[in-house]
Design a protein around this ligand. Structure first.
Ligand code: PEP
Ligand code: MG
Length: 909
């Protein structure tokens, strides 16, 4: 049979799964010889046994907390054994009448679940031992105060009684005594309160408060087990993606008291400043108090440094311990301690949370101190932290008026005047105004408005909606899906839930890192890290930047995955290069068909003969060639993957309703437009019920003669021109939405033909590749066949996710993902972080099949997942050659690609 109980001296810090985080660290500190009050830990395994028994007895409805059921077989005996040992060590028995041993009963799971589960303090007090405690402590007040705390905690937690009842009784007692604060209640008041609490317990639980200390202990243990399945704990685990079946450990620890007078107190300490990472003495201390008083904020704490003047011996000892803990854990530790009558006790330690800036600084400091190496330092920071350091931030100290919160689609802090259409955005921006484009949702038509705006706010659409994807690509701040806002684009205003109306021209501030929308202008601070990436600042100007630079360099040194950028104009390409991109992994060409070129696209669609169609294409060609020349120049010497046109062509035409109205009005007023009538016919003809599954991608290339060859020619002519100018262009032509190798072969044959022509015309030898996106399940499953015709694959995981789940990426996030997340169907949107079990399995299949046909097949990913840390670690394991992401995420991807290698090394796979 398993062992369910371990003395603190029997465990260690690596046993978090079994002993919980708190228990494992108490064990570690005990074994380091630090002053930890003696105690023992009941394992998570015991909790799991309890939960399994509960379930089979059908008690497992989400609990009110409270103690139900029975201890698992054998646990009671083990507790007895360890309790007896504890009593021997302490020289007194649990609840002993003349000098009671009291214990705390605390939950402690493997993953931190702050405040989610239960604690009962002062277990062992009863009507007799409270007298003994009074004599031993020489304080009646202290003893009765301890007892009433036990009664209320036990009543609430163990017996499931409404906590307000105890609160009300306390308030009444204070009123009766004519005092304001708990601390002003005297021993007699507290004794009266104890009687009141006992009556509440008897009335509401149907039994008197158990006087038997051991019964108190067992019931408290059961209540902690049961608190694993309270509704708030279940919800928290879902949100944090903590598995539901881990269970919690229970720590039974002999009580020490910080509220025995001025020579006692309690505090928290950090071995370094968790905000800045600076080394020093950080923490708070509260004299004559217990931990809960600190939390309740009854009195103000003093800075930890003041403890030196209050109790120098304890202070010096604490500092020595803090240093030992850092040297032992090799990281920032946070600590809870209590001083009982001049004696220091350690109640808890753990690796402390920190801000992103502190994480980078501390990792660097620990390397400098020789405590960790650079590989380990890389483990200590994350891409998410780096991303936070890269975005401009609102000054946290500034006043702000929150209007609502939407989805944090593209990070950053943007301030500007609200505008409701792209024309106004462009016009106002042209006059030097900063504007925020506010729409219900954006379409490709809004691109010029988005370019002009400093930020984008939409009331519809999720994190892979058009607004979100495009804004991220441009590094434009975006809050999307703020559905509490009522946006009236025609009237030019929106209203917030509390009735505030923002008119066109009113200033607003949007925080793309948190999703918050504020009224007015909130002051913004620049990011030093971005200035360094941009080459505008030296890394030695700022210690944070220096710390970031050092880890970036190390990540670049160890990573295997290449990092490219998704960029479709020379400015974005250049920026991504400054940010360290090793090529363009996705140049979407649809953005090049908008604005004034749209008319040319209309000509193409309306062409009535081959000649008219060829004319329209010929008119588009020079524009495309210029686009590609600029990008190839910006990325000279690096690969540039250019994707041929992907979206359905009707996306470039006016909407059906809008056009129908226009034509109807024109007809009614006797001024019909032939062109509009023809357009309307075309729009009707091209209408699709499911455009995402319709005429798009490679299908366009096959159905519209000359379209893909025009694009290929533009790319190859641009490459020839770059070569003639002494450049080193490396174009890769990529075909979207291929499902069958035959599609690719057809298009590829045409491209090769065009290449021959261009070579002949220009006399330049062209080097280029032709490859495909893998974004349909069929493509993944027939990747061995497709690899016959493809020199490279790039996984389009946006579409692959959409097509695998059958989720419309433009609709589902805003429509019902919140419910899916709440119900725990997934912990994070599969459009944000790759669904490794489903979509990932298809990626793996395609990698294996593709490489079986063509061992040197070059493999990348260009969906949004290319910039997502967890997904990058997956792509490293799957053996891809590179990831491609928006320019702003390139540094994040570089860091995570480095971390992924370090992780694989550590896990030995
Ligand atoms: C994809 O589908 O992952 C992709 C990169 O293409 P798009 O987002 O343009 O459909
Ligand atoms: Mg796609």
């Amino acid at each position: 049979m398993s062992t369910f109980v371990y003395d603190f001296a029997e465990g260690n810090k690596d046993q978090k799964d079994l002993l919980g985080g708190k228990g494992a660290n108490l064990a570690e500190m005990t074994n380091l010889g630090l002053p930890v009050p003696p105690g023992f830990t009941i394992t998570t395994e015991a909790c799991r046994a309890y939960l399994a028994a509960e379930e089979s007895r059908d008690h497992a409805t989400p609990g009110d907390g409270g103690a139900h059921g029975a201890l698992p077989d054998g646990l009671a005996e083990e507790i007895t054994e360890h309790l007896e040992r504890l009593e021997e060590t302490m020289g007194k028995k649990l609840g002993q009448a003349d000098d009671p041993l009291l214990v705390s009963v605390r939950s402690g799971a493997a993953a931190s679940m702050p405040g989610m589960m239960e604690t009962v303090l002062n277990v062992g007090l009863n009507d007799e031992s409270v007298q003994g405690l009074a004599r031993q402590s020489d304080s009646e007040r202290f003893a009765w105060d301890s007892y009433r705390r036990l009664l209320s905690m036990f009543g609430r937690t163990v017996l499931g009684i409404d906590g307000d009842l105890f609160e009300e009784a306390l308030e009444q007692r204070k009123e009766k005594a004519g005092v304001e604060a708990d601390l002003e209640l005297g021993a007699e008041d507290l004794q009266g309160l104890v009687r009141g609490y006992q009556e509440i317990i008897e009335e509401h639980s149907g039994r008197p408060f158990p006087q038997d200390p051991r019964e108190q202990l067992d019931l408290a243990v059961l209540a902690v087990f049961g608190s694993w399945n309270t509704e708030r704990a279940i919800l928290y685990r879902r949100q944090e993606r903590i598995p539901a079946d881990l269970g919690t450990a229970v720590n039974i620890c002999s009580m020490v008291f910080g509220n025995l007078g001025d020579d006692s107190g309690t505090g928290v300490a950090f071995t370094r400043d968790p905000a800045s990472g600076a080394q020093g003495i950080y923490g708070d201390y509260l004299q004559n108090a217990q931990g809960e008083d600190v939390v309740a904020g009854i009195r103000n704490t003093v800075p930890l440094a003041d403890l030196e003047g209050i109790d120098k011996t304890s202070y010096d000892e604490l500092l020595g311990i803090m240093q030992r803990l850092e040297e032992h854990y090799l990281d920032l530790c946070d600590i809870e301690f209590t001083i009982e009558r001049g004696k220091l006790w350690m109640l808890q330690t753990r690796i402390g949370k920190r801000t992103p800036g502190a994480a980078f600084r501390i990792a660097g400091q620990l390397v400098d101190q020789g405590l960790i190496d650079l590989d380990e330092a890389l483990h200590r920071v994350t891409g998410a932290q780096l991303a936070q350091l890269m975005f401009p931030q609102f000054d946290p100290a500034a006043d702000r008026e929150l209007l609502t919160k939407g989805m944090n689609a593209s990070p950053g802090a943007a301030v500007g005047k609200a505008v409701f259409d792209s024309e106004t955005a462009v016009e106002w921006a042209g006059k030097g105004e900063k504007v925020i484009l506010v729409r219900r949702e954006t379409t490709p038509d809004d691109l010029h408005g988005m370019v002009a705006a400093t930020g984008v706010l939409t009331s519809r659409g999720g994190k892979t909606s058009h607004a979100a994807v495009v804004a991220r690509g441009m590094g434009r701040t975006c809050v999307c899906g703020a559905d509490a806002l009522d946006v009236d684009v025609r009237a030019g205003h929106f209203s917030a839930p509390d009735g505030v109306v923002i008119e066109e021209g009113d200033e607003i501030s949007i925080d793309g890192t948190t999703g918050e929308v504020f009224r007015g202008s909130v002051p913004v601070m620049d990011s030093a890290v971005v200035r360094w990436f941009e080459g505008e600042a030296d890394s030695d100007e700022d210690d944070l930047v220096a710390a970031v630079a050092r880890l970036m360099e190390h990540a670049d040194g160890v990573r295997r995955l290449g990092v490219r950028a998704n960029a479709d104009n020379p400015a974005d390409a250049s920026r991504s290069r400054r940010f360290g991109a090793q090529g363009i992994g996705l140049c979407r060409t649809e953005h090049m068909f908008l604005g004034e070129r749209r008319e040319l696209v209309e000509h193409l669609i309306l062409a009535r003969s081959d000649e008219e169609r060829d004319e329209a294409l010929a008119a588009l060609l020079p524009h495309q060639r210029d686009d590609f020349t600029g990008i190839l120049e910006a990325m000279d010497g690096l690969p540039v993957t250019i994707r041929l046109l992907d979206p359905p062509l009707h996306e470039f035409l006016p909407g059906l309703t809008e056009l129908s109205m226009k034509v109807a009005v024109a007809d009614a007023t006797g001024r019909p437009s032939k062109r509009d009538a023809r357009l309307l016919t075309a729009v009707k003809r091209m209408h699709e019920e499911n455009p995402m599954l319709g005429l798009r991608g490679v299908r366009l290339g096959i159905v519209i003669p000359g379209l893909f060859t025009m694009q290929a020619r533009a790319i190859l002519e641009a490459a020839a021109a770059r070569k003639q100018a002494g450049g080193d262009p490396r174009p890769e032509i990529m075909i979207p939405l291929v499902a069958a190798v035959q599609e690719l072969e057809l298009v590829k044959t045409d491209i090769i033909e065009v290449a021959r022509e261009v070579e002949q015309e220009t006399g330049v030898d062209l080097e280029f590749k032709v490859g495909t996106m893998i974004e349909l399940p069929r493509a993944a499953m027939t990747a061995d066949e497709i690899a016959e015709a493809a020199e490279f694959f790039s996984f389009g995981t946006n579409d692959l996710t959409q097509m695998t789940w059958g989720f419309s990426r433009d609709d589902v996030e805003a429509a019902f993902f919140s419910q899916y997340l709440e119900k725990g169907i997934f912990g994070v949107s599969p459009f944000e972080s790759l669904d490794q079990a489903g979509v990932g399995a298809l990626v793996q299949q395609a990698v294996e099949r593709g490489r079986a046909t063509r061992p040197d097949l070059h493999l990348g990913v260009c969906g949004e997942h290319g910039g997502d840390p967890d997904s990058i670690h997956f792509f490293e394991r799957a053996g891809l050659d590179y990831v491609s992401c928006s320019p702003f995420r390139v540094p994040v991807a570089r860091l995570e690609a480095g971390r992924a290698v370090a992780d694989r090394g550590a896990s030995g796979d």
